[in-house]
Write a protein that binds this ligand. Structure first.
Ligand code: SF4
Length: 370
């Protein structure tokens, strides 16, 4: 899937830190993570289910999207128009695909009806709120503009997040006026214009967490240097401590991002002197859970307690586990770690590379990766 230069999912970052746009161009191309791949797969299943293209899916997949399918089906039944996974093109710089757009003609307090943007979040790491959600406001803005051009206006907008892993509160909605969404649109346009000008502002904050420019970000580097230059404990007031704790989060993000870039480049065959990839320790897994369940059912062996027992748990629960099941156990390494390898080659590192040199070095890396 191609991402827009100003992708709606990163709205919060580029609204607050326009400098992240040119800085991210200095980074090697992004590799989709396994989490993102899994999220895309579940989104595909949900869309296929809603559009009647697929009714069969594994139980675990169904559990991962069930609240979204139920909510979406109910709202679709009441709506006057539906668009599932339809790309919105605002400009060559700003486009994206909301999971579901719905239009309701008759809504109390809205002469021209209500537009709803529904977004499925399959991740369990961060629970996302619908209120003032920048990503959904951007989708709503692009949808309002497109629909207005087609002669269709709305007074109200509802943003809905359906996040099945948030078991206590899987469906969250927030409503606002169409005017509020258009205000957000004006901020979006201004931020994109500012990001394309020379020297846009670089502003650290909580949005740094998902910024891929961390390894080349001068603000984060500056905070690192300041930290090392030393603030003695005596000057650490509670207020200063709070600020330094925020910076500590960003420093950890910076270090993690540097490691991730190293991992990606070494994995792509780039010689990063002194560093190599080592496979993670293999763990024992079932080769095919459906087949294991079928064998266990046939042999009347209990292998499911809330969830599938791992091979180790199954062996503990059933010391005489039949060979037919033991044959289904495989050892799988779940990736690799970046570790120090052979002695580093001698490299000449310039203390200060010029912007052009950095761009050329990056360009060479990108060529190497193709
Ligand atoms: S790391 Fe933070 S401050 Fe630096 S460019 Fe990214 S968002 Fe901006």
């Amino acid at each position: 899937m191609s991402h827009a230069p100003f992708t709606p999912s990163a709205t919060k970052r580029w609204l607050n830190c326009q400098g992240s746009f040119p800085l991210s161009l200095l980074m090697p191309p992004e590799v989709e993570s396994t989490y993102a791949e899994e999220g895309s797969r579940l989104h595909g299943l949900a869309a296929a289910h809603l559009t009647g293209c697929d009714d069969s899916m594994h139980a675990a997949d169904w559990e991962a999207i069930k609240p979204y399918v139920f909510y979406a089906s109910d709202r679709i039944a009441e709506s006057d128009f539906v668009a599932t996974e339809q790309r919105l093109d605002y400009s060559p710089l700003l486009f994206g695909t909301p999971d579901l757009l719905l239009g309701f003609d008759t809504v109390m307090g809205a002469d021209r009806g209500l537009l709803e943007v529904v977004d499925l979040k399959t991740g369990a790491g961060i629970m996302v709120d619908a209120e003032e959600n920048e990503q959904l406001l951007t989708y709503a803005f692009m949808a309002l503009v497109k629909l207005r051009k087609l002669g269709r206006g709305f007074d109200r907008v509802r943003l809905t997040i359906v996040q099945p892993p948030d078991e206590a509160n899987p469906v969250k909605s927030w409503e606002c006026s169409a005017g509020r969404v258009m205000e957000h649109g004006a901020r979006v346009e201004a931020a994109i214009a500012r990001a394309l000008e020379g020297d846009p502002p670089i502003v650290p904050g909580e949005w740094c967490r998902f910024c891929r420019a961390k390894p080349v970000c001068p603000k984060l580097r500056g905070e690192m240097v300041e930290a090392l230059a030393g603030l003695t404990p005596a000057t650490l007031t509670p207020l200063a401590l709070a600020q330094w704790l925020d910076r500590a989060d960003r420093r950890e993000g910076f270090i993690k991002a540097v490691r991730e870039v190293g991992h990606t480049l070494v994995g792509a065959g780039v010689n990063v002197p002194g560093w190599t990839l080592k496979p993670k320790r293999a763990t024992r897994q079932w080769d095919d859970e459906d087949k294991v369940l079928e064998i266990a059912r046939r042999r009347k062996i209990k292998i499911y307690q809330d969830k599938m027992l791992s091979p180790a748990m199954a062996e503990k629960a059933h010391p005489n586990l039949p060979q037919e099941l033991r044959d289904r156990i495989v050892a799988v390494s779940s990736g690799s770690n970046l570790v120090r390898g052979e002695a580093p080659d001698t490299v000449n590192v310039k203390p200060e590379a010029t912007k052009t040199e950095r761009l050329m070095a990056n360009f060479k890396l990108m060529q190497h990766r193709r």
